[in-house]
Design a binder for this molecule. Structure first.
Ligand SMILES: NC(=O)c1ccc[n+]([C@@H]2O[C@H](COP(=O)([O-])OP(=O)(O)OC[C@H]3O[C@@H](n4cnc5c(N)ncnc54)[C@H](OP(=O)(O)O)[C@@H]3O)[C@@H](O)[C@H]2O)c1
Length: 249
């Protein structure tokens, strides 16, 4: 059993705690955080504490804190015989204080506390500061998902960038579509089969082949009519930029 302590009580901490509290390969010892209200949600999984100096005996200390807090929180926790991991795609391994054995455990998925996941299918991107910790990190990864590989900090940032387009930016476009429906008093339910098909289709053909619509067909009249419906502002600029980007591909 790998003993694990989680620091942080946000989205990632919640899903890792949920997966590991019933794992036969991991013993979740403690969840440490500064936010008493969100720590209460972790009492179902492990002991909770707000004392960052009380790490005790553990094999892994996983920092599930905001990217910008990784350095200061890793500095606050005492040096010990444990591997300190962060969970960030866009943060270098070296952001963790060099007084620790360091590594990265980056689940490549978008987590909110109230979502449910098949954890075993989530890709995990791993990195270790020293090869001696590789086996421990592989064992920890396998307690969560069989889908894991090692990427260094530079490669991980590039993957994070690709993820930002397909997740955060796509989600923002969904929001613009929802806002247009609501402004015109249509149910957003009308959009959902289209959203599902958009995501399903690219599971078996590539996005370039899957593209349809006025930009792809260079249907200038429709493009002009759409632009006339949009008020001046960011949505209109996004429409023009994405239309031009589709036509350049
Ligand atoms: N959510 C995702 O989809 C996702 C996916 C992959 C990787 N990640 C990575 O996972 C990490 C955590 O993300 P998250 O989504 O779980 O964030 P989150 O829900 O915002 O939680 C962040 C946690 O960090 C704590 N924190 C922030 N600054 C702190 C400080 N200075 N000292 C102590 N605790 C501090 C917060 O405490 P308070 O509640 O008191 O603010 C909270 O418990 C980040 O590195 C992120 O890049 C996130």
């Amino acid at each position: 059993m790998i003993e694990v302590t989680i620091i942080g009580s946000g989205n990632i901490a919640f899903h890792l705690a949920k997966a590991w509290h019933k794992s036969e390969k991991v013993k979740l010892k403690n969840v440490i955080g500064r936010n008493q209200k969100s720590l209460d949600e972790f009492k179902q999984f492990a002991n909770v504490s707000s004392d960052f100096s009380s790490i005790g005996s553990t094999a892994v200390c996983l920092l599930a804190v905001s990217d910008e807090a990784i350095g200061s929180v890793s500095e606050q926790i005492p040096q010990g015989d444990y591997l300190v991991l962060h969970t960030s795609g866009a943060t270098n391994l070296q952001a963790i204080s060099d007084k620790h054995r360091r590594g990265v455990f980056y689940p490549f998925q978008s987590f909110s506390k109230n979502s449910t996941f098949k954890y075993a299918e989530i890709p995990l991107l791993l990195e270790v500061g020293t090869d001696k910790d590789k086996e421990l990190l592989i064992q920890l990864a396998e307690s969560f998902s069989q889908n894991h590989q090692f990427l260094d900090s530079e490669q991980r940032l590039k993957l994070h960038l690709a993820g930002t387009f397909v997740n955060n930016f796509a989600n923002h476009l969904f929001q613009i579509g929802f806002d247009l429906c609501q402004a015109n008093k249509f149910s957003v339910e009308l959009l959902k089969p289209l959203i599902r098909e958009t995501a399903d289709k690219i599971m078996h053909i590539n996005p370039k082949e899957a593209q349809t619509g006025p930009a792809k067909r260079n249907d200038k009249d429709t493009i002009e009519k759409h632009l006339a419906l949009l008020p001046e502002g960011k949505s209109k600029e996004i429409y023009k930029l994405i239309t031009s980007s589709i036509q350049d591909i």
